[in-house]
Design a protein around this ligand. Structure first.
Ligand SMILES: C[S@@+](CC[C@H](N)C(=O)[O-])C[C@H]1O[C@@H](n2cnc3c(N)ncnc32)[C@H](O)[C@@H]1O
Length: 319
C-alpha cells in the first residue's frame, strides 16, 4: 500500500493504537520539558508577567502536552497567590495520564478564548506533513510504504501546496526534497485564533527560508535512538519546522506582535543565564554553592547553542 507521508504519519502516530496514543514520549526522547524544571520556571515568569495585567484568571494551555509534565511542574513551582488564579489545560490526542494533578484540565483541542499563555514545546514537529521531490518535470509527492518505509514518486502536489513551496521552500536541483509545512501553519493558526489576550509560544527544531535542509529532515526516534523513519507505528516520526511560515500564518490569524528567535535568546531574556555561582559562596555556604552549581548546569543545557538552545522560539501575542 502506498500513502503520502502525511497520511502514513497521521496513521502511524495518531491512528488506532498509534505511537503517541500508546507510548510515553519521555521513553523515546528527551525534551526541554523532561530535562529539568528550568523551562517550567521560565514559563512561570511569563505567567507572572501576564497575571500583573487586568485579568482575574490566567490560562496556561500546554499544546502537545505529552505526559503533562510542564503543566504539573509550573503548578508545583507557582506561589499560592498565583496558583489560585491559574487555569491550566493540557491539550493532547493521547489519553489523560492517570497521575496528573486533578486541577489540570485535559482536552483534545485548545479551548476558545484563552487569556494568558499558550505553549507548544515540540508539538509542531509532530504534525504530519507531505514530502515532495524535485524531478525534471517539477515537484512530485513522495509516496511511502508504511510497512518498510520504501518510497516511490507519486502525483504533482495540489496548487495550494505548490504555492506554499514557491513562497517558503523553493526547491533547487533535481533530487532535492522539501516538507510542505502547510498543515503546521494551519495548526499554529488554529492556536493563535483561540487566543483572546496574551501570548502563544511554539518551541521546536526549526529552519528558516534560505537555510532549509536540501533533502529535508524527516527522522524517526525509538527508545532514545535515531532510527529510520518507517511509518509503521513503531517509532516517532518527526521533521523540523518552518517556524517562519508558521509565524506568517499566526499573523494572518490575528497575532499583532511576533518574535522569532532561538531558545537561548528567549530564555536568557527570561533570566535563564547558566551563570556559575560566585566562588566565595563555596566557602560561606558549601551546600548552597552545590545547589546553585547544579542549577547553573541545568540552565546551561537549555541554552546551549549546540543543543536545545538552538531550537526556534516563536512568540506571538494579542493585546
Ligand atoms: C514530542 S511530544 C512533546 C511532549 C511535550 N510537550 C514535551 O515537550 O516533552 C508531541 C506531543 O504532541 C501531541 N500532538 C500531536 N498532534 C497533536 C494535535 N493535533 N493535538 C494535540 N496534541 C497533539 C502528541 O500526541 C505528543 O504527545
Amino acid at each position: 500500500m502506498w500513502l503520502t507521508w502525511r497520511a502514513a504519519t497521521q496513521r502511524a502516530l495518531y491512528g488506532e493504537n498509534g505511537f503517541y496514543l500508546r507510548e510515553r514520549p519521555s521513553a523515546h526522547f528527551r525534551t526541554s520539558v523532561g530535562a529539568s524544571t528550568v523551562l517550567a520556571g521560565a514559563v512561570l515568569r511569563e505567567l507572572a508577567g501576564l497575571a500583573a495585567g487586568p485579568y482575574g484568571t490566567v490560562d496556561l494551555v500546554d499544546v502537545g502536552a505529552g505526559e503533562g509534565t510542564l503543566a504539573a511542574d509550573v503548578l508545583a513551582l507557582a506561589p499560592p497567590e498565583l496558583r489560585s488564579r491559574l487555569r491550566v489545560t493540557c491539550v493532547d490526542l493521547a489519553p489523560r495520564p492517570p497521575d496528573l494533578p486533578g486541577e489540570i484540565g485535559w482536552a483534545r483541542e485548545v479551548p476558545e478564548g484563552v487569556t494568558g499563555l499558550v505553549i507548544a514545546n515540540e508539538w509542531l514537529d509532530n504534525v504530519p506533513l507531505d514530502v515532495v521531490e524535485r524531478t525534471p518535470d517539477g515537484p512530485r509527492l513522495v509516496m511511502v510504504d508504511p510497512s518498510d518505509g520504501a518510497e516511490r514518486l507519486g502525483d504533482r502536489p495540489e496548487e495550494a501546496d505548490l504555492a506554499w513551496l514557491d513562497r517558503w521552500w523553493p526547491l533547487g536541483e533535481t533530487g532535492e526534497r522539501a516538507e510542505i509545512g502547510r498543515p503546521r501553519d494551519d495548526a499554529w493558526a488554529s492556536v493563535v485564533v483561540r487566543l483572546a489576550h496574551g501570548l502563544a509560544v511554539a518551541v521546536d527544531y526549526a529552519h528558516r527560508l534560505g537555510a532549509r535542509p536540501p533533502y529535508g529532515s524527516l527522522a524517526g526516534y525509538r527508545d532514545g535512538a535515531l532510527v529510520a523513519p518507517v511509518p509503521d507505528g513503531s517509532c516517532d516520526i518527526t521533521a523540523h519546522v518552518a517556524l517562519d511560515a508558521c509565524a506568517a500564518a499566526g499573523e494572518r490569524a490575528g497575532a499583532v506582535a511576533t518574535t522569532l528567535t532561538t531558545q537561548r535568546e528567549a530564555l536568557r531574556a527570561l533570566g535563564v543565564t547558566g551563570a556559575r555561582p560566585p566562588l566565595d559562596l563555596a566557602g560561606r555556604d558549601p551546600a548552597g554553592y552545590l545547589r546553585a552549581l547544579s542549577r547553573a548546569s541545568l540552565e546551561a543545557e537549555l541554552i546551549s547553542p549546540h543543543g536545545l538552545g538552538a531550537f526556534g522560539w516563536l512568540s506571538q501575542s494579542r493585546p
